[in-house]
Design a protein around this ligand. Structure first.
Ligand code: G4P
Length: 536
């Protein structure tokens, strides 16, 4: 009994010290730079530049996937883990740039918090908005970091306004900038009511040294130009009128975002952000499963697969299943049950992932991510567990934006072609749909990023030995008709839309643009169109 109590107390301690998050941003907002600086302050690296260097080095040396080399980009998503202030922080990487794909959305299913990184000059950008919508569906707490304050940027008040109006998300500035661009002097931290003045360090490769002053310290007037100081005080007065308390409950339910200003490149505000984030961020919490809610301190291990990665290692043409641990303690060599098949599996080679390195993991707790060598057993959304049955709700299919017929020019390879398509779909590399016209039997690839098409073609060729041709379709919006086929038949022929079916024979409408989609939505509300597929 004593042993059991000690175990459950340790479990609670481990869960409480975990913080897990993903960064949502548009390319070039500074995700790589901020990641690097968080690692620098978190003590995981000692000199910034190494993440980028590793990335570049990987591009130079990796031969595991020709495509990666050809395109000069990284397809591998990783989980970065570091300890800071007694907390174990898990940063889930969300592939961006050209490697934006459904994996980016799925990673958010495994995250407990999101950091919304915005370029303070550009404000909200398309990829950020899309990812934000996924966070909103999950009611994830969102922490905003307005970056690049060292460059001319929008008025901070305008940025808040944009977030509030466009995302319908309340804001609470945790710090406030003193000047922007060339005259950016630092930030005022509303938590401690101290002004932090920063010195520029070259590209911020080492931690920045900083001076901390009281708000009313006379030196401040000497160090900051009078007009910059005055604007800062006026703005501060304005934001403090609204109220000085941060409503943490609203943060945790995703209704209010704490906002931080800074400059990742020069390290301004990064540590303040990290410290506040650790205090406010959601710890791993209970998760909804089909079998009921599961507490992270539940005595038995459980987790779900949110991503499958093929061919990470050139020496073994393997697949890695990334599992988000949701409850209990994970141990090496554990025998778990695979909920979908009911089969037992021994998890013999678990891996923790830091960039491209693989390190064996001995134990893991809720909030952690482990990489399992996948002998083909796993699909996206699968649950593994110990003890009484647990089955998590799965991960929905997100609205694809690119559609193309995939042609097989070589009929003698029909079987391999079908096998490849079906396996790649199961793995979650791409969504597959079919025309309702029996004469058009070629599969329609449906993706959120262009790279997904290239990956499918590349892998069909290299793993299944089949050539393929992609023929783009002129659609960019998909909506599932949740009212079903009968309702769709009732509304009759729809112009400007193509009717297709997904892998579960459910009706989906493809539109050329949002405008056409909104028109059909407005004219036929009975169709109950949805941008995210209902779970199967
Ligand atoms: P990403 O991963 O979101 O795509 O962005 P990344 O960190 O690669 O940053 C994109 C560019 O923005 C980089 O410049 C980077 O140095 C710059 N940047 C990031 N944070 C800041 C900041 O706080 N202030 C300023 N002024 N610039 C910032 P680059 O020219 O593309 O690369 P590099 O020459 O710096 O390596």
């Amino acid at each position: 009994m004593v042993v059991e109590f000690a175990d459950s107390a340790k479990l609670a301690v481990e869960v409480n010290r975990r913080r897990n998050f993903a960064i949502i941003s548009h390319p070039d907002a500074g995700k790589t730079t901020l990641t690097e600086k968080l690692l620098l302050y978190g003590g995981a690296i000692h000199e910034a530049g190494s993440v980028r260097a590793r990335r570049d080095q990987r591009q130079a040396t990796s031969d595991w996937m020709e495509l990666e080399k050809q395109r000069g980009i990284s397809i591998t998503s990783t989980v970065l883990q570091f300890e800071y202030r007694d907390c174990q922080i898990n940063l889930l990487d969300t592939p961006g740039h050209q490697d934006f794909s459904e994996d980016t959305y799925r990673t958010l299913a495994a995250a407990d918090n999101a950091v919304m990184l915005i370029d303070a000059a550009k404000g909200l950008e398309p990829q950020t908005r899309k990812l934000f919508e996924v966070c909103r569906l999950r009611k994830l707490p969102i922490f905003t970091f307005a970056n690049k304050l060292d460059r001319p940027s929008q008025e901070p008040l305008n940025l808040l306004d944009e977030i509030e109006k466009e995302l319908k998300l309340a804001t609470y500035p945790v710090n406030w900038p003193i000047g922007t661009g060339d005259r950016f002097k630092g930030v005022f931290d509303r938590r401690t009511r101290k002004v932090h003045l920063f010195q520029r360090s070259r590209h911020g490769s080492k931690m920045a040294s900083e001076t901390t002053l009281d708000l009313d310290a006379p030196e401040l007037l000497e160090l900051v130009e009078p007009d910059v100081y005055q604007t800062f005080r006026d703005e501060l007065e304005l934001i403090e009128e609204v109220g000085s308390e941060l409503d943490l409950e609203a943060v945790l339910s995703g209704e209010l975002t704490p906002v931080f200003f800074g400059s990742a490149m020069t390290n301004f505000g990064v540590q303040l952000f990290l410290d506040a984030f650790l205090d406010y961020a959601a710890k791993p919490g209970p998760r909804t499963a089909r079998t009921g809610s599961v507490d992270p301190t539940h005595e038995h291990f459980s987790g779900f697969v949110f991503k499958l990665q093929a061919n990470m290692d050139p020496k073994h043409r393997d697949r890695v299943a990334f599992v988000r641990v949701c409850s209990g303690k994970f141990e090496k060599d554990m025998v778990v049950t695979h909920a979908r098949s009911g089969k037992s599996l021994r998890l013999a080679r678990p891996q923790k992932l830091f960039a491209q390195d693989r390190e064996s993991v001995e134990e893991a707790y809720a909030g952690d991510v482990i990489g399992l060598n996948n002998p083909g057993a796993f699909s996206i959304g699968d649950t593994i567990y110990i003890g009484p049955k647990i089955e998590y709700e799965g991960i929905p299919c997100f609205s694809p934006e690119l559609f193309a017929y995939l042609r097989n020019p070589n009929p003698s390879k029909f079987k391999q072609f079908q096998k490849g398509i079906s396996e790649l779909r199961e793995e979650g590399a791409v969504q597959i749909m079919y025309s309702t016209d029996e004469a058009k039997r070629d599969p329609i690839l449906a993706a959120v990023g262009q790279l997904q098409f290239e990956v499918v073609q590349f892998r069909l060729q290299s793993e299944y030995g089949v050539e393929s041709r992609v023929e783009l379709l002129p659609y960019s919006v998909a909506r599932w008709v949740t009212a079903g086929w009968d309702e769709l038949a009732k509304v009759g022929r729809l112009f400007n839309a193509m009717t297709v079916k997904d892998m579960w024979d459910r009706p989906v409408l493809l539109f050329k643009n949002e405008w056409n989609c909104q028109q059909v939505e407005g004219d036929h509300p009975s169709l109950q169109l949805q941008s995210i597929a209902p779970l199967t």
